[in-house]
Design a protein around this ligand. Structure first.
Ligand SMILES: Cc1cc2nc3c(=O)[nH]c(=O)nc-3n(C[C@H](O)[C@H](O)[C@H](O)COP(=O)(O)OP(=O)(O)OC[C@H]3O[C@@H](n4cnc5c(N)ncnc54)[C@H](O)[C@@H]3O)c2cc1C
Length: 439
């Protein structure tokens, strides 16, 4: 007999999906909550942007809504035994070329939040942390924001631990590639169909599918004949390169206690670049400055950006040109101090972007029983502890008007030219040059 109790399929076990599952099962211990992901949660390699060695955790936002939300999340990272082991409060050293430092300091003040943060003149900043950033690029820099309360999280380890906790509480985990949504001709969504033809049904289907979301929606639009299911220009899949070096004993001694480094640029100059302190394996990480789309004919006549079609998004195949991006990042942070480091690991990481960098946490306007919760836009990880709280509020129709407007499926979206992190390149232009033979 069909049950009338609400049931939930959450597609995607990154931070949006796992946080949603965790908050749902905590609030409704008897609910049927199933996470579906193409990768096992403890797989050796996963495509999730959330699955990573480390991610920056900070509330240093010029947008007061994200500043407040990040403080709420960071309080949990700092105090809750589930999250605390993964948070490292190393501080952040943010080289600012705009009013960013002052905006962040003002936001902390407006929120009545006391923290050890200040805007430091360049000459003084160069000497901090034993001069680690003395040789960084300070061209066009106004000042350096130093916030001792920010830091980073061991991202993949934390994701695994919280997933395990959600499973302990009763969430089910199903490893499968979702091919399409189950949609009737009235736009009612009743679950998903996997690539092997398996069908799972629930009263609520929540897509937390990151960079894959436009493709899954477009495939579902094609299979149902409901064109409005597609994301259109709302969501763009973007990729970015990360790289790591393993520090030798001497460098490790010098860099072990370093803060997170950020090179901030204006929209006209390009995206911000980051460098994360060494992991327990002594690996120091950067992300690059080239954010790109992979626009191609995904379905007949349908051109849009999607991660490469292989199950691993070809994430470990990084071209020489993209590796160069990481060498550049090394140079603008450490100059001569990092000149001898060899880059050992590279990965292309895919995320879902919106033009304003706002998430989408919203019912899908063209379907009933279908909800979207993703679009981290390159900054979503740090909200992991609280994302699900707000997704549950959205599912219950209790999200504040301010947040439901900000995260709506349908809203006015600003021109992306104002967004420094908007994907501006095409992946095909960044691959190795093709050599043609004259023979
Ligand atoms: C290089 C890089 C650095 C970043 N640095 C930071 C940082 O320092 N701090 C920060 O806060 N944020 C950072 N971010 C952003 C952050 O990682 C993302 O915003 C966030 O992890 C997105 O979470 P998600 O749950 O939406 O997507 P994901 O983590 O990508 O998860 C999506 C999941 O959906 C699954 N999936 C997709 N399609 C299907 C399907 N059809 N069937 C089954 N499963 C499917 C995937 O397997 C995946 O597990 C960074 C992002 C990148 C790329």
């Amino acid at each position: 007999m069909a049950s009338s109790a609400p049931s939930y399929i959450i597609v995607g076990a990154g931070v949006f999906g796992v946080s949603t599952a965790y908050h749902l099962i905590k609030k409704y211990p008897n609910a049927s909550v199933t996470l579906v992901d193409r990768d096992a949660f403890d797989a050796e390699s996963r495509v999730a942007a959330s699955w990573d060695w480390n991610k920056v955790v900070r509330a240093d936002y010029d947008d007061i809504v994200y500043c407040q939300l990040a403080l709420e999340a960071q309080d949990i990272f700092e105090s809750d035994p589930l999250w605390k082991p993964y948070f490292h409060q190393t501080g952040i050293y943010w080289i600012c070329r705009s009013e960013y430092a002052q905006d962040v300091i003002n936001n902390y003040k407006r929120l009545g939040r006391k923290a050890d943060l200040s805007a430091v003149p360049i000459d003084e900043a160069r000497k901090l942390y034993g001069g680690l950033f003395e040789d960084a690029d300070y061209t066009g820099v106004k000042e350096v924001l130093v916030n001792k309360t920010s830091g980073w999280a061991a991202a993949g380890d934390c994701l695994r631990a919280v997933t395990r906790k959600a499973l302990d509480l009763g969430v089910k985990y199903h490893t499968a590639e979702v091919a399409t949504l189950l949609l009737d001709k009235n736009g009612h969504c009743s679950g998903i169909k996997s690539s092997t033809g398996e069908v799972l049904r629930a009263s609520h289907t929540v897509l937390c599918t990151g960079a894959y979301t436009p493709k899954l929606l477009e495939c579902s639009a094609a299979s149902s004949g409901l064109a409005d299911i597609g994301a259109g220009s709302r969501i763009v899949a973007g990729g970015i390169t990360t790289g790591m070096t393993k520090l030798n004993d001497e460098s490790y001694e010098r860099f072990a206690a370093m803060p997170v480094g950020v090179q901030g640029y204006t929209a006209a100059q390009g995206p911000f670049i980051g460098s994360l302190p060494p992991t327990k394996d002594r690996e120091l990480k950067w992300w690059g400055q080239t954010i790109f789309k992979n626009t191609r004919e995904v379905l007949p006549g349908r051109y849009f950006s999607a991660p490469p079609p292989k199950p691993d998004y070809t994430q470990w195949e990084v071209s020489g040109r993209l590796k160069e991006d990481i060498n550049h990042a090394n140079k603008v942070f450490y100059g001569k101090n990092g000149a001898s480091w060899k880059m050992e690991k590279h990965r292309i990481c895919w995320d879902a972007f919106t033009t304003s960098s706002d998430f989408i946490i919203s019912p899908h306007a063209a379907a009933k029983g279908l909800y979207i919760a993703t679009c981290g836009s390159f900054h979503g990880y740090k909200f992991f502890p609280v994302l699900g709280k707000y997704v549950v509020q959205m599912l219950e129709g209790r999200l504040s008007p301010e947040l439901s407007d900000k995260w709506a499926w349908d809203r006015e979206r600003p021109d992306p030219s104002l967004n420094p992190d908007w994907p501006r390149f095409e992946m095909k232009d960044l691959l190795e040059p093709v050599r043609t033979s004259n023979l």
